[in-house]
Write a protein that binds this ligand. Structure first.
Ligand code: SAM
Length: 282
C-alpha cells in the first residue's frame, strides 16, 4: 500500500512528564480524547512496523533513549519522519507513564483510527464476517479481532454501544490484528436492515439455538457470524434478524462460554467447511 505523503516530521528529546505533547499522548487513555483526535496508541516495535506496512498513518513515534544507535529503531524513526510523523525520544520514566505500566515496550506509535463504512462491505464467495452485539469487555473484543484475523475473516462489525476497539487494552489484546481486520460500526436498527440484505447465512449464536453449530452448510455463501452481549446475549430483535440460531453443545456445569471462546469455536468450524489453512497438518 502506498504511504501518505506529508511534510517531514520533527524529532525531539523529551524527559519531562509535564511536556504538553506527552500530556496529550497520555490522554489517549480516555475514549473521549481518542474520539476527539481520531487517534490511538499502539505499543511494540513489531506492531508499529506492521501498522506502517499495512498503510496506517502514524502521527507520532515514541521510543526509549536506549533505542538510540540501534539500527532497526533508527531506521524506523527515519521512515516515520519522512512520512511526516513526529519522533519523540523519551526517558524510561516517560515511556512507563505513557504505557501506564512497568516494563513498557521500547517503541510506541500514535496512529490515526480507521473505520470501514458499512457501504464498503461487499460479501462474496464464502467470505466470513463477524458481528458483535454490544461487546463490553476490551479483552474479549481484542481476542475476537485476533481470532477473526487468524481465520482470514473479512472484518468485524460492532453493533450498538460497544467497548472501544482503539482502547490501549483492546489494541494489546489484538496482538497487531487491529491493523489487519477492517472494523465497522452500526446501530442495532441498521444492523437488522444490513442482515436482511446479507446474501448468505446470518448465523446467530444463542444458548437457545435450535441448530448444532456443526450442522449448517457454511461452504457456498458468505457467512455473517453474530455473537451476543456478554451478559444478556442477543436481543430478541437481533436474534430474529438471523437466518439460523446455532448452539455449541456443552457438558459440565458452566451455563455458557465466554463470547471470545464461542467466537473461536464457531469461526474455526465455519472455516473448516470452506478453507484449507496454510498451516494445516495432516
Ligand atoms: N446470559 C446470556 C444468554 O442467556 O444468552 C449469556 C451470554 S454468553 C456469556 C455470551 C455470548 O456468547 C452468547 O450470546 C453467544 O453469542 C455466545 N455463546 C456462549 N456460549 C455459547 C454456546 N454454548 N452456544 C452458542 N453461543 C454461545
Amino acid at each position: 500500500m502506498s504511504e501518505t505523503i506529508r511534510a517531514p516530521g520533527r524529532g525531539k528529546e523529551v524527559t519531562s512528564l509535564s511536556n504538553p505533547i506527552i500530556k496529550d499522548i497520555r490522554l489517549l487513555e480516555k475514549k473521549r480524547h481518542r474520539d476527539e483526535t481520531g487517534t490511538f496508541l499502539a505499543e511494540g516495535m513489531k506492531l508499529v512496523i506492521d501498522a506502517i506496512e499495512n498503510g496506517w498513518t502514524i502521527r507520532t513515534l515514541i521510543y526509549a533513549k536506549a533505542g538510540r544507535g540501534q539500527e532497526n529503531v533508527e531506521k524506523l524513526a527515519t521512515r516515520c519522519l519522512a512520512q511526516g510523523a513526529d519522533v519523540l525520544i523519551v526517558s524510561e520514566k516517560v515511556l512507563g507513564a505513557i504505557a501506564r505500566r512497568d516494563n513498557p515496550q521500547m517503541v510506541m506509535g500514535v496512529f490515526e483510527q480507521r473505520w470501514t463504512s458499512p457501504a464498503a462491505i461487499r460479501p462474496a464467495g464464502n467470505d466470513v464476517w463477524v458481528a458483535l452485539d454490544r461487546v463490553r469487555a476490551p479483552g474479549n473484543l481484542g481476542t475476537i479481532i485476533r481470532t477473526a484475523d487468524a481465520v482470514g475473516a473479512k472484518g468485524v462489525i460492532l453493533v450498538g454501544q460497544t467497548t472501544d476497539p482503539f482502547a490501549t487494552e483492546t489494541v494489546r489484546a489484538t496482538m497487531g490484528s487491529i491493523f489487519a481486520v477492517p472494523l465497522t460500526r452500526m446501530s442495532e436498527a441498521d444492523f437488522i436492515a444490513f442482515a436482511g440484505k446479507w446474501p448468505g447465512t446470518v448465523a446467530g449464536t444463542h444458548l437457545k439455538g435450535a441448530v448444532d453449530y456443526r450442522k449448517p452448510n457454511y461452504r457456498e455463501k458468505p457467512v455473517l457470524l453474530f455473537m451476543g452481549n456478554e451478559q444478556a446475549g442477543l436481543t430478541d430483535e437481533l436474534a430474529a434478524a438471523c437466518t439460523v440460531l446455532i448452539k455449541i453443545p456443552q457438558a459440565g456445569r458452566a451455563d455458557s462460554l465466554n463470547p471470545a471462546i464461542a467466537t473461536g469455536v464457531s469461526l474455526f468450524e465455519i472455516r473448516r467447511h470452506a478453507l484449507t489453512f496454510e498451516g494445516e497438518v495432516s
